[in-house]
Design a protein around this ligand. Structure first.
Ligand code: X8Z
Ligand code: ZN
Length: 626
């Protein structure tokens, strides 16, 4: 399927973003670079209709179109086969034809005076689009098919090896099984086999991806953007260049914390695997970090525990012991949201969600949240297992669901996150409140320890996910922006990917890679064309949100001890933020919610201050860096 223009992204995680009215109406720099001469795409209906009428009508038309694309897309990713692929492609084609028509009409209103809400809706309609429709039906059909195909190949991807002792038979493992090896195995070669094994899938769609980029760029250019990345970057209520500078600024703030963590983890991995395998002055081998993409490292906590045996809260073991199935795990997550005063999930959520991996068909297991009808038909698709990772992921997904539910009464063009990072940050913010005290309250543990050593252990555990993620969250689009702009050519895809991984993450592949590999494509969001900077931003914002909600809850101690569980005051604040949707520039929403107009890493740095002190003490005498 292709990642549709708005819709798919919007459902899955909310995609379009916006541009500040004042900026974008009056500043040429923030406009797409299209000419101001009479537009060949424009039609003549502008005189007959006011811009307000156009926006109202468009919002209403989208509801219908969204319903159709969501149904087709949902059917496809929960049952991958030729027929659903065909239907998903066709629905995407229709969506693109619709958007072409609407965007052409929108051009008639570009320079008309607008009220602030109308201008914001107009910005939401025209900026920050994940995909823009190319001009010809043939290109749109091809783009839709390429997108559908890549997601399907990724979803059904398997690594097959000859079965031991059986000549003509094969053992095939899917992404979940291979990821499981990365999580559990501590055998260097076994890990490397799973890691390289998953990377045998992506090369089969590299050619498709190259073509996809070409046509998607043609679509973006038809609307005045230099390439698709310019469209993506136009959706943050500020000029694109400022947004890029913001990302750099935030990275500079957190880089020292990341480097301290990388250094300590490398030392500990060298103790386990040997300095020959993990040299102390080199990037870390990518397959040793407990995750297929080395993006979150929580699974190797056992190898890097600061104080073994102290305050050990093994959530996976507790979930298994409690015999909670996927529904019970989801209800535990729902219970957190209702404890804040938010509503229970509608009955249809429980009837229609896909919470476990079906045994009899191919699906895309990568978790996602959907608003099918822009009202109450909200659903999750996730292959839940009783593990800590899935437990956190279900909270992440419910964050999306509660966003959908809180803004469902807004016009369609305001039904989105204030920016896409907001949408990604909500569920994660809740996870920050899953303190030992909270886990005890809900009965997952009988007793929890609270002393300085236990705090450092907990901080390390969380940092392995939240801090380790930061450079990864940045580089995916660092790579993709340059692919879309043409700065990175297809013959350099893999080389440039590994340069970024090495430079920012301090990680390398343990085995040589070549341009026959397509290692960026081993990540879902590349195959599915989902922008990724949203997660980088979300990892900064969630700590800002956590701090503000803890303040609202009246919490006074250190942030890492705060849980907003049961706080109706925190819930009310959260609800206000969610209900605003994308009706205002994100800076306004942020200011109303937390009293500042800036994304800022101070909150995450403050949160991890105890760990940073400890890490720097531990790293003394080590030559950190790579
Ligand atoms: O894709 C996701 C969510 C769905 S929006 C499961 N995440 C990113 C990833 O898995 O790479 C959440 C964290 C980052
Ligand atoms: Zn998400």
């Amino acid at each position: 399927m292709m990642k549709t223009i708005n819709i798919k992204t919007r459902n899955i995680f909310a995609l379009r973003t916006t541009a500040i009215l004042a900026f974008c109406i009056f500043l040429a720099s923030c406009q797409p670079s299209s000419s101001t001469k009479k537009d060949e795409h424009a039609d003549n209906t502008a005189d007959a209709k006011t811009v307000d009428a156009f926006i109202t009508e468009t919002s209403e038309r989208y509801l219908e179109v969204a319903r159709e694309i969501n149904a087709a897309q949902w059917a496809y990713v929960t049952y991958i086969n030729d027929d659903t692929a065909y239907l998903a492609s066709k629905a995407n084609e229709r969506l693109m034809a619709f958007e072409k028509e609407v965007l052409a009409e929108a051009r008639n209103y570009k320079d008309k005076p607008m009220s602030a809400p109308t201008a914001k809706a107009y910005a939401n309609l025209t900026l920050g689009k994940v995909l823009l429709p190319p001009d010809t039906p043939a290109e749109r059909a091809e783009l839709a098919q390429l997108g559908t195909n890549m997601e399907g190949v990724y979803g059904a991807g398997k690594y097959c090896t000859p079965k031991k002792g059986k000549k003509n038979e094969q053992d095939c493992r899917d992404l979940n099984q291979l990821s499981d090896v990365l999580v559990k195995s501590r055998n260097y070669d076994e890990l490397l086999d799973a890691w390289t094994g998953w990377r045998t899938v992506a090369p089969s769609y590299k050619k498709d991806y190259v073509r996809y980029v070409e046509i998607a760029n043609a679509g973006a250019r038809a609307y005045g953007f230099s390439d698709l990345s310019a469209s993506w970057k136009s959706g943050y209520d500020m000029p694109s260049a400022n947004f890029e500078a913001e990302v750099e600024r935030l990275w500079t703030q957190v880089e020292p914390l990341y480097k301290s963590l990388q250094c300590k983890v490398r030392t500990d991995l060298a103790k386990h695997y040997g300095k020959d395998k993990v040299p102390l002055d080199q990037p870390i081998p990518a397959h040793l970090l407990g995750n297929m993409w080395s993006q979150q490292w929580g699974s190797i906590y056992d190898l890097v525990t600061p104080y073994p045996g102290v305050g050990d809260l093994d959530i996976t073991a507790a979930l298994v012991k409690s015999k909670k199935d996927a529904v019970a795990i989801t209800k535990t997550a729902e219970n957190f949201f209702t404890s804040l005063g938010l509503q229970s999930l509608p009955p249809s959520f429980w009837q229609k969600s896909m919470l476990t991996k079906p045994r009899d068909r191919e699906v895309v297991c990568h978790a996602s949240a959907w608003s099918m009808d822009s009202k109450d038909d909200v659903r999750i698709k996730e292959c839940i297992e009783p593990t800590e990772i899935e437990f956190e992921t279900i909270h992440h997904e419910l964050g999306h669901i509660y966003y959908f539910l809180e803004y469902k009464d807004k016009p369609y063009l305001f039904q989105n996150g204030a920016n896409d990072g907001f949408h990604e940050a909500i569920g994660d913010t809740i996870v920050l409140s899953m303190t030992p005290g909270y886990l005890k309250t809900i009965g997952l543990f009988d007793k929890v320890e609270n002393n300085q050593k236990a705090v450092i252990n907990q901080q390390m555990k969380l940092a392995l996910d939240k801090v380790a993620f930061l450079p990864f969250g940045k580089i995916i689009d660092q790579w993709r922006w340059q692919v879309f702009s043409g700065k990175i050519k297809q013959e350099d895809y893999n080389k440039s990917w590994w340069q970024l991984v090495e430079e920012y993450q301090g990680i390398r592949s343990a085995v040589p890679r070549s341009e026959d590999d397509f290692d960026a494509g081993a990540k879902y969001h590349i195959a599915a064309n989902v922008p990724y900077t949203r997660y980088f931003i979300a990892h900064i914002l969630q700590f800002q949100f956590h701090k503000a909600l803890c303040d609202a809850a009246g919490f006074k101690g250190p942030l890492h001890e705060c849980s907003i569980y049961n706080s109706k005051e925190a819930g009310a604040k959260l609800q206000t933020l969610l209900a605003a949707g994308s009706s205002k520039p994100w800076q306004d929403v942020l200011e109303e919610a937390i009293g500042t107009r800036e994304m800022d890493a101070t909150a995450i740095l403050d949160y991890f201050a105890p760990l940073k002190t400890w890490l720097d003490e531990q790293n003394k005498g080590q030559a950190c860096g790579w």
